[in-house]
Design a protein around this ligand. Structure first.
Ligand code: ADP
Ligand code: MG
Length: 622
């Protein structure tokens, strides 16, 4: 745990579709509303000719600028371009993603009339920077430290990439916290479960892009994750996609037109489907109506809740099978679960609740914590604990996570030797004793993998490194210790030591394939600062322009209304004023894109001409 410090830290739930920020203040969690007054902010970033928009502004304008409005970065982060899941997503996204160095997916947009490429980490960092800013406006001071949540099912590379996103956004990441644990903290506090014997709690979190199920025990302030299961690719977005595909087919049938290569039409249809889906959580049927969807054709249709349920049933059943897997992994039966807690926006779908309740033989589900805010609340508690800000109720909470996938090395040809089994509690250190395969071998190659398959070729390669300088010896004699260290955040460091000779040469994997190098991180940090600077400059420019416009139009309005009525100034003065104002309006038309200082100068100049007359005017009018 980082050392105690006095500065309040925030908790951020960086969601696939929505993000939420919270802080621990006055002995409780406060969810921080954004500038629109909303307690959750869309994880959207949009780029256009003049500016970069983040959050509500970006999402609201998505249909106008579909190819440059980026969302779902969480589904890309820490993944490779060739990943079949990424390939599947790409087909339905209106923005472009291409393959970059090391098979990394690069989001490609047009910003200020230039093509720009961004790593998923950079897009996420922009969302995080927005959340930081929301907190700063609310709290009135600069926020430096944060806890960010990640799905329990995120692997090492996805966690590292998320942490990097935090760093690029200018935050110091105290720790990553897994979402179900965060939700369990919120629930445990809500239920006052901290000190009343052991409770087994199942957290079912179905959000926009991910599904996580976790089994935790809460006992004497210790939150212990027993097992996790889930899928980083099941969520509300997939339900939307199913409905989008359904209506695309219907449109094709009715109007003989395919809208899949029309990003604007697809975005408008997706927005309508999202709305329809939400309606179906409370009504049995709903309508869809989009004017001029494609080639001037209006699209009107209806969908029933039953049809929608049929469209997504296989995904929901998959969710339930993950619940079963989670119970099996934890070696617990349904009856031993005290509470089934549902979080995530998609748990509002009635069929989700119904299937889960049926699985638990009719047990009441716990809905007392807010599905959109629970995760951020837990993160805020963790942030408070990390910075020594928590009260007696929370300061002794201990959180124990597990690793989501087994970690191991490749031995012989293609065999996966598991060193740290799945669901091992972290932090942890595990050592595997290996040896050489050939007589006189002086170097050994270690390939580190993540996954459950017996063959490494079916698993995910995390990195490769060599250990040199092994004294020549017959095969099988040297003892090579491979050490896996996993820190509180679930981030892995692997080293190898040649024990035979006491020669403790160790090598740590630093550059995982596909991960960002230190140089790239530096570049992104610089760029993030530049973007922030540009955004601020743009804001200043808008403010200066607005101020000039207000002044010009305000003066004109007063001149027209008051002077006409009361004839407070002479006709010559009035004419002079009017002429200056008209010239200023013309000037404004011609200098729409001028810099802030130009507007400021212009206003000063105008004031020096107009104010003496206006003063006469106002003093007279009193
Ligand atoms: P994430 O954490 O993955 O960003 P959230 O937990 O915020 O996701 O949930 C967002 C998802 O919840 C979206 O896909 C949204 O469509 C869905 N959602 C929100 N309200 C409803 C509702 N009333 N009915 C069905 N789905 C909903
Ligand atoms: Mg979520």
């Amino acid at each position: 745990m980082p050392g105690e410090c006095q500065e309040p830290a925030i908790g951020i739930d960086l969601g696939t579709t929505f993000s939420c920020v919270a802080v621990w203040r006055r002995n409780r969690v406060e969810i921080i509303p954004n500038d629109q007054g909303n307690r959750i902010t869309p994880s959207y970033v949009a780029f256009n000719e003049t500016e970069r928009l983040i959050g509500d502004a970006a999402k609201n304008l998505a249909a106008e600028n579909p190819t440059n409005t980026v969302f779902n970065a969480k589904r890309l982060i820490g993944r490779r371009f060739s990943d079949p899941l990424v390939q599947k997503d790409l087909m339905l996204w209106p923005f472009k993603v291409v393959s970059g160095p090391n098979d990394k997916p690069m989001v490609t947009v047009t910003y200020k009339d230039e093509e720009k490429q961004f790593h998923a980490e950079e897009i996420s960092s922009m969302v995080l920077a927005k959340m930081k800013e929301i907190a700063e406006v609310f709290l009135g001071f600069e926020v430096k430290n944060a806890v960010i949540t990640v799905p329990a099912y995120f692997n090492d590379s996805q966690r590292r990439a998320t942490k990097n996103a935090g760093t690029i956004s200018g935050l110091n990441i105290l720790s990553l916290l897994v979402e179900p644990t965060a939700a369990a903290i919120a629930y445990g506090l809500d239920k006052k479960y901290i000190n009343i014997g052991q409770k087994n709690v199942l957290i079912f979190d179905l959000g926009g892009g991910t599904f996580d199920v976790s089994l935790l025990t809460i006992e004497n302030g210790i939150f212990q994750v027993k097992a996790i299961a889930g899928d980083t690719h099941i969520g509300g977005e997939d339900f939307n996609n199913r409905m989008v595909i359904y209506f695309v087919k219907e449109f094709k049938r009715k109007h003989k037109k395919d809208i899949t290569d029309n990003p604007r039409a697809l975005t408008r249809l997706r927005t309508a489907c999202e709305r329809a889906k939400r309606n179906l959580s409370s009504s049995a049927h709903t309508t869809i109506g989009i004017d001029c969807l494609c080639d001037g054709i209006d699209f009107n249709s209806t969908i029933t809740r039953a049809k929608f349920e049929e469209l997504i049933m296989d995904l929901l059943e998959e969710c339930i099978s993950h619940v079963e897997k989670c119970l099996n992994d934890a070696k617990m039966d349904k009856e031993s679960i005290h509470d089934v807690v549902i979080v995530g926006g998609s748990t509002r779908i009635p069929m989700v609740k119904q299937l889960l309740q049926e699985f638990f033989d009719g047990k009441e589900l716990c809905t007392s914590i807010h599905p959109d805010e629970a995760v951020a609340s837990g993160a805020a508690v963790q942030a408070a604990i990390s910075t020594g800000q928590g009260n007696y109720e929370i300061q002794d909470l201990v959180l124990c996570d597990v690793i989501p996938l087994s970690l191991g090395v490749c031995v012989e040809d293609d065999e996966m030797r598991v060193v740290v089994p799945r669901n091992t509690t972290i932090p942890t250190r595990k050592v595997a004793k290996l040896t050489t395969f050939h007589d006189g071998q002086t170097k050994a190659k270690f390939k580190v993998y993540e996954g459950e398959r017996p063959r490494t070729s079916d698993n995910f390669l995390l990195g490769t490194f060599y250990l040199f300088g092994i004294p020549p010896a017959p095969r099988g004699i040297p003892t090579l210790n491979v050490i896996f260290d996993i820190d509180d955040n679930g981030i892995l460091t692997v080293s190898a030591v040649d024990e035979t000779t006491g020669n403790r040469k160790s090598v740590t994997i630093r550059n995982f394939k596909g991960m960002l190098s230190a140089k790239e991180m530096q570049r992104m940090l610089k760029e993030a600062e530049r973007f922030k600077f540009e955004d601020e400059e743009l804001k200043k420019k808008f403010e200066a322009k607005q101020s000039l416009e207000n002044y010009v139009y305000g003066t004109r309005a007063t001149l027209l209304t008051r002077n006409l009525a009361f004839k407070l100034i002479s006709a010559t003065d009035a004419e002079k004023l009017e002429e200056e104002i008209n010239l200023a309006i013309e000037w404004l038309e011609e200098h729409k894109d001028a810099e802030a200082h130009v507007f400021v100068k212009k206003r000063e100049k105008l004031e020096s001409i107009l104010d003496p007359v206006i003063t006469k005017f106002t003093t007279l009018s009193i």
